[in-house]
Ligand binder design. Structure first.
Ligand code: 0O2
Length: 214
């Protein structure tokens, strides 16, 4: 009997993960549509590339336990907002806010949460714009609203976050103070470079527009 119950929960879990992966596909398509339109209309790709993942079962379980939430499927839906995760890597800082606005202003998207770690970087130097959105997905028996976490950052911010994540993992989170300060400094240098690249882009764009008018 317990095997039967286990199988039932396992099947329901698998079904829920399938739904999250469909929600990712819906949001990805929206982002790709926006990028394609920009490419044709303005010869600019705000999005460099997109990464995505459904959270692994072990990470889901670990997070529920760490936060003291019940270990049930309903609790996953109610309490975790990053089971479906999309990372959007943009060329320039202004692209991040433009992509975020264009996505969240679509009327089937509900914006549940915004965390702006660009305006307010984490003390360790982490920068990114995090959105939690809800999107309705249509299945055979009806429509289900699902949450997706969208992290939007520049290539430079992603470079820093990826390496910092690896280093944290390698040292099991135990990074010495002077290394942490060094990482924070690298993040500030990178943020400064992002601003300079944005300026270069804006200047070239203005020059091109002026040349066209002449
Ligand atoms: P993974 O493997 O990316 O899923 P929570 O998401 O609930 O744990 P909170 O405060 O709601 O906590 O989340 P927050 O800070 O908005 O975003 C958490 C996610 O952002 C992390 O997911 C990372 O992907 C990323 N992130 C946040 N802070 C850092 C950081 O200091 N360095 C790096 N490299 N990434 C960061 P997970 O679940 O940790 O991992």
């Amino acid at each position: 009997e317990s095997i039967g119950a286990f199988r039932e929960v396992a099947e329901q879990f698998q079904q829920l993960m399938m739904m999250y992966s469909c929600a990712i596909r819906e949001v990805r398509t929206k982002l790709e549509v926006l990028n394609d339109e920009f490419q044709v209309q303005r010869s600019h790709n705000p999005i460099s590339y997109i990464k995505y993942r459904v959270k692994k079962p072990a990470s889901i379980l670990e997070k529920l336990k760490r936060r003291g939430y019940p270990v049930t499927l309903q609790s996953v839906e109610d309490n975790l907002h990053d089971v479906a995760g999309i990372r959007v890597i943009c060329s320039y800082v202004q692209d991040i806010y433009m992509v975020a606005d264009m996505l969240t202003s679509q009327n089937d998207i509900t914006l549940l949460e915004v965390k702006d770690y660009i305006a307010n970087p984490k003390p360790n130097g982490y920068r990114s714009l995090h959105l939690v959105v809800q999107i309705p997905v249509f299945f055979s028996d009806g429509c289900k609203p699902l949450k997706v976490e969208v992290q939007i950052r520049t290539i430079a911010m992603d470079f820093w976050a990826s390496l910092e994540h690896q280093l944290k993992y390698k040292t099991e989170g135990d990074v010495p103070d002077e290394i942490a300060a060094e990482l924070k400094d690298c993040s500030d240098v990178i943020a400064n470079t992002d601003q300079r690249m944005q300026k270069i882009y804006n200047t070239l764009k203005t020059n091109k527009a002026e040349n066209k008018q002449e």
